[in-house]
Every structure is written in structure tokens, then in C-alpha cells.
Design a protein around this ligand. Structure first.
Ligand code: GDD
Ligand code: MN
Length: 373
């Protein structure tokens, strides 16, 4: 018989958002563990899966078909941990929302404590922390540990809040906090927690709850070295201001590196190898352009990286564009110099015009087709 009262089944108290990308071997276990941990609490679990090739979304939906506490948000043609967390958090009416990795590395048994702390102390957010007493990073190697600490220190610079683990992907917040900052979130990359803290109109009240980061037993990490680079760019962006595109910052950094590549090749060929200056300079230009092209392809345009045949055409268009840029650079610098500017000022103006030209033209002609996935 249809029920006429609309409030027969209110939203659960706690939503647990689980971002997944190729976690087929972990989905059943995370549901089982979260259910066990949250016994006695009214909860729902939302998988946000970016259309994983291993069909994580299918397994998750099979579970959801038998258990209405489990839901699936399958995003097609999109990628990104931060944006997945944001959309998952927005897909619930629960007043308290947690985010936890889907690979069993976070400690789900901490969830009840996080909830009682959030409610009992009337906080905006509770953060699962590896860097407060009682927490830890398990068997991470020294490199990963120092990388994580370095990123954390940078993050604290940004948000000016005494948060020990700003890179944590394990936290629980009040829905109201999310609503107050959601329009300011960048949604790019991995650092969703930092994003939330940096985008709040007022500093949120928070507490850190320790947990031990576990080893991954199934599947592989999606956090690669490029994540640190992405993160550095994000920090620079915060300092340089929103009107400079993040890709231009990356492009310019790589361009700066290209100068060193150029000088090294010129030195090797001309000074050491006995080639004429013209030959050395030409070869150095080509090598620097080529290395800049590949670095930009991997770092600046990661999300629309060219491969195979596209790579060749990309390189050709890049070299053509940068050759024109170099001419513009030299032309403008010479003009300014002859008009009596200082040599430094002339050179910098030339470089700036060349860089903006190279960036603008290659953004349109070299990396033009956004490719999802
Ligand atoms: N939907 C979606 N889309 N999920 C993703 C994506 C994505 O593009 N990339 C990763 N995930 C999911 C993974 O499937 C996993 O459940 C979780 O996000 C964390 O990804 P990992 O690849 O396992 O990251 P990690 O263990 O190396 O990184 C850990 O440390 C970071 C900071 O040090 C995580 O705890 C992160 O949350 C944390 O920010
Ligand atoms: Mn992980």
C-alpha cells in the first residue's frame, strides 16, 4: 500500500563517501568493514567511481542492489579524486559526511569516534590524522614520508591553521561546512581537505583524531610523482593570484629549465665538441624545444597528453610556434634595446612576450583536444 506520509524514511545521520578508481578487489570489503564499524549508527555509503576499467562501479552497484544503504555515483569521462569527493558529498542529505579511501588504507573503526567528537564538541570538521600522537604512516619508505611531510608543511603555509595532516583524505564534516565553501573549492587534484580549509569564509573549528595509515593489500595507488608537481603548482597559484593560469605557471617553469638545457647542449657542442657557434646554437635550440615539448606534454598537459601519431604532430606544431615566439622575443628585445632601454629590461620584455606567445599558441594548436580518462 502506498504510504502517504512523506517522512516515513528520513535520510541517514551519516554519509560515508568512498572515492574509487580501479578498486574492484576492495569494494566488498570496505562495505563490510564500514557496516561493522558503524553498527548502531544510521548511515549510508556512497561510492564515487570514475567509470573504472576494472568495473568497480558494477561490483559496487551489485552490492547496492541488495543493500539500499549503499549507493553508486558513476562518473563517465571524468577523473579526479577531489572532484569525486565533492560530488559524493553533495549527493547526500545526511547532516554528517565522512570521506574515506576505498582501498582500506584508512581506519574505518575511527568513524564512530569521529562522529561523536564532531557532535559532542560541536565542531565543523574532524580530521583523521597520521601526524598526531597515536597516528602513523605504517611502513612508508623514507622518500614517501619526507614527500608527505614536505607537502604538509607547504599546505600549512597556505592555510595558516595548525593542522598536522592537511593532506589527509580521511575526515568527517558537517554538511553546513561543505555548503559554506563548496563554491570556492578548486576541485583539482588530490588535496580536497586543504581545499576545504583554504576556501572557508571563516576558519572551521576542527580536531584531529589519530589513525594508523595501513598498507595497501589489493589494487595499486593512483598517486604518482606528478601529484607533488600538481600540488606545487597549486601552491604557486595561491601566491601568484587567480588571474595567472596554472598551466602558464607550469609552462614558464619548464621554459626556464629549457634555458639550462640549451646552455648545456651549446657548451657540449661548441665549447667542448668544437662545433661552430651557429651549429651549436641551432642544435641547442632544437634540443631545448624538444625537451620542453615533452615536459609540457607530461606535466603541463597531463590531462590531455598526446600519444602516438599525435605526439609527432604536436612536436612539429610546438617547434613551429616556439620558433615564431623566439623571433618575436628577439625582435622586441632588440627594438627596446635600440630605443635606449637597459639590456636587462629589454631581454626580460622579449622573454615575456615570447613566453606568452608560445603558451597561447601551443595551448590552441598543440594541445587542443581535451581527452577524458
Ligand atoms: N573517483 C576517483 N577518481 N577516485 C580516485 C581517483 C580518481 O581519479 N584517484 C584515486 N582515487 C581513489 C582510489 O581508488 C582510492 O580509493 C583513494 O582515491 C586514494 O587513492 P590512492 O591512489 O590509494 O592514494 P594514496 O593511498 O596514494 O594517497 C593517500 O594519501 C594522500 C595524501 O598523502 C590517500 O589517503 C589520499 O586520500 C591522500 O590525499
Ligand atoms: Mn591508497
Amino acid at each position: 500500500m502506498p504510504e502517504s506520509k512523506s517522512q516515513q524514511c528520513p535520510a541517514p545521520e551519516l554519509a560515508v563517501v568512498v572515492p574509487t578508481y580501479n578498486e574492484a578487489d576492495n569494494v566488498a570489503e570496505i562495505v563490510r568493514r564500514v557496516a561493522a564499524a558503524l553498527d548502531g549508527i544510521d548511515w549510508e555509503l556512497i561510492f564515487v567511481d570514475d567509470d573504472s576499467a576494472d568495473q568497480t562501479w558494477r561490483l559496487a552497484r551489485d552490492i547496492a542492489a541488495k543493500d539500499r544503504r549503499v549507493r553508486v555515483l558513476q562518473r563517465v569521462g571524468r577523473r579526479g579524486l577531489s572532484s569525486a569527493c565533492i560530488e559524493g558529498m553533495l549527493a547526500t542529505a545526511a547532516p554528517y559526511i565522512a570521506v574515506i579511501d576505498g582501498d582500506l588504507q584508512h581506519d574505518e573503526t575511527r568513524l564512530p569516534l569521529m562522529l561523536s567528537t564532531l557532535k559532542g564538541e560541536n565542531l565543523d570538521i574532524v580530521v583523521g590524522s597520521r601526524y598526531v600522537a597515536g597516528g602513523g604512516v605504517g611502513d612508508w619508505d623514507a622518500r614517501r614520508q619526507s614527500m608527505s611531510r614536505f607537502a604538509g608543511a607547504l599546505g600549512r603555509l597556505l592555510i595558516k591553521v595548525d593542522l598536522q595532516d592537511p593532506m589527509s583524505g580521511f575526515f568527517m564534516l558537517k554538511a553546513g561546512l561543505l555548503q559554506s565553501c563548496v563554491r570556492g573549492l578548486s576541485g583539482v587534484g588530490y588535496k580536497i581537505l586543504l581545499d576545504i580549509f583554504a576556501s572557508c569564509p571563516q576558519p572551521p573549528s576542527f580536531k584531529e583524531v589519530p589513525y594508523e595509515f595501513r598498507l595497501r593489500t589489493a589494487g595499486a595507488s593512483k598517486l604518482d610523482k606528478a601529484v607533488l608537481w600538481e600540488y606545487l603548482l597549486m601552491v604557486m597559484q595561491k601566491f601568484l593570484g587567480p588571474w595567472i593560469p596554472i598551466r602558464f605557471i607550469a609552462f614558464s617553469l619548464i621554459g626556464g629549465l629549457g634555458v639550462f638545457v640549451h646552455l648545456a647542449v651549446l657548451w657540449a657542442l661548441h665549447r667542448e665538441g668544437g662545433a661552430s657557434f651557429l651549429v651549436g646554437q641551432s642544435a641547442a635550440t632544437l634540443v631545448a624545444m624538444t625537451s620542453n615539448f615533452f615536459l609540457n606534454n607530461i606535466l603541463t598537459y597531463r590531462d590531455m597528453r598526446l600519444r602516438g601519431r599525435d605526439l609527432l604532430w604536436g612536436w612539429v606544431s610546438f617547434v613551429l610556434a616556439c620558433s615564431v615566439g623566439a623571433l618575436a622575443n628577439v625582435g622586441i628585445a632588440t627594438y627596446l634595446y635600440q630605443a635606449d632601454s637597459s639590456w636587462v629590461l629589454s631581454a626580460v620584455a622579449g622573454i615575456l612576450v615570447g613566453a606568452v606567445w608560445n603558451y597561447a599558441v601551443t595551448a590552441v594548436y598543440t594541445w587542443r583536444k581535451p581527452k577524458p580518462g
